[in-house]
Design a binder for this molecule. Structure first.
Ligand code: ATP
Ligand code: MG
Ligand code: FE
Length: 351
């Protein structure tokens, strides 16, 4: 089955095509991503109205480019998928309405995909890994542990009580004037820094519930920056490195708490990390170490498929359509949409 996916929930306009064989293996045929980074740079963050307009302007060209790259036509598609939430509602609408029009005109099934499920299932496309697994979803809007017990089975074990980790990276970058988006800038700056120079807090360390909190860590970074103002290059590098080290330590500590709960269900000891922050090297290393210590296998998408893309949407959509989980043309776009809500009772899944 060949499926076109469209992603417009934030500041990337993306389209991709995947092929899924009857055994559930996927092949990525094309993936086009246009980042709106330049449109929002001057504002230091994503402006929803500008984002929605920018998606409208390019979405049809991006879809065309994805078809061209795969050397396919609309007539070759067996299904179409789009992010239906969560995200900035104006942008989500653009992609979803585009997918609905394609489904209607070409008479193919539509899958309204939850963006987080896209992140959650990417490893199925990239390394053929299927649930069950413990999932750490760590992105710009979310930081949570999920038990992915089976196909389309998502149970939240714990999550952040304030900022998402990606948001914390973005804010640290902003206070140090490193630019936007902040995650990659902090990682680059940290490369020449000393992670032991500044003693930053490890919020919630040792707690039984696998929750996160990053606002105290962010405030501590701000304090150091103020104390050293104007911040020199070396201080910025050391501060970024110390922040990244603290974040890695915290996530590793919280992972132990999540593992304890996950293991009670007796499922295979596998950790998947996904979402934009999963592309961070220091974080991946911290998680890998904990997996080695706890005898889990470690899985993460390649860095380019951690941040937002449409391959993950096409892939999640292809899996849904293959399982008979198709949406009507009246399906709504949703700004808020916890992944647990897309869980499907086991008996409903066809395969
Ligand atoms: P969500 O998926 O929760 O809806 P989103 O789609 O906006 O949010 P993603 O695109 O999945 O988020 O991830 C973007 C986030 O990842 C940003 O906060 C960005 O700073 C962060 N990020 C990207 N690359 C890195 C990196 N190398 N190190 C740390 N953070 C990173
Ligand atoms: Mg983005
Ligand atoms: Fe995302």
């Amino acid at each position: 089955m060949t499926v076109l996916g469209i992603e417009t929930s934030c500041d990337e306009t993306a389209a991709a095509i995947v092929r899924r064989d009857p055994f559930g293996n996927g092949t990525l045929l094309s993936s086009i991503i246009r980042s709106q980074f330049k449109d929002h740079e001057a504002y230091g963050g994503v402006v929803p109205e500008i984002a929605a307009r920018a998606h409208v302007q390019v979405v049809d060209k991006i879809v065309e480019a994805a078809l061209n790259e795969a050397q396919l036509d609309f007539g070759d598609l067996d299904g179409v998928a789009a992010t239906a939430g969560p995200g900035l509602i104006g942008g989500v609408l653009v992609g979803l309405v585009t997918a609905k029009a394609i489904a209607l005109v070409h008479d193919i099934p539509l899958a309204a995909v939850n963006h987080l499920e896209g992140h959650a299932l990417t490893v199925g496309l990239t390394e053929g890994l299927r649930p069950p697994y413990l999932l750490l979803l760590v992105s710009g809007g979310h930081t949570e542990f999920l038990k992915v017990g089976g196909a389309f089975q998502y149970e939240k074990l714990g999550g952040t009580i304030d900022d998402a980790l990606g948001e914390a990276f973005d804010k640290v970058a902003k206070m140090l004037g490193l630019g936007f988006p902040g995650g990659p800038a902090v990682e680059r700056t940290a490369a020449s820094g000393d992670p032991y120079r500044f003693d930053l807090p490890r919020p919630l360390a040792g707690r039984t519930r696998p929750d996160f909190s990053f606002s105290g860590l962010k405030t501590a970074v701000r304090q150091v920056a103020l104390t050293h103002a104007p911040v020199s290059r070396q201080v910025a590098a050391d501060l970024c490195a110390s922040f990244q080290k603290a974040a890695g330590d915290v996530v590793r500590d919280r992972l132990r708490a999540a593992m304890t709960i996950y293991e009670a269900s007796g499922l295979a000891r596998r950790l998947v990390v996904a979402g934009g922050v999963a592309s961070n090297r220091a974080l991946r290393t911290a998680l890998l170490k904990e997996c080695e210590a706890s005898e889990y296998t470690f899985h993460a998408p390649p860095s380019g498929l951690c941040t937002d893309n449409a391959a993950m949407i096409a892939w999640a959509g292809a899996n849904r359509i293959a399982a008979g989980l198709v949406d009507g043309l009246d399906v709504a776009a949703r700004a808020r949409w916890p992944i647990s809500e897309v869980s499907v009772p086991v008996e409903t899944v066809k395969e």
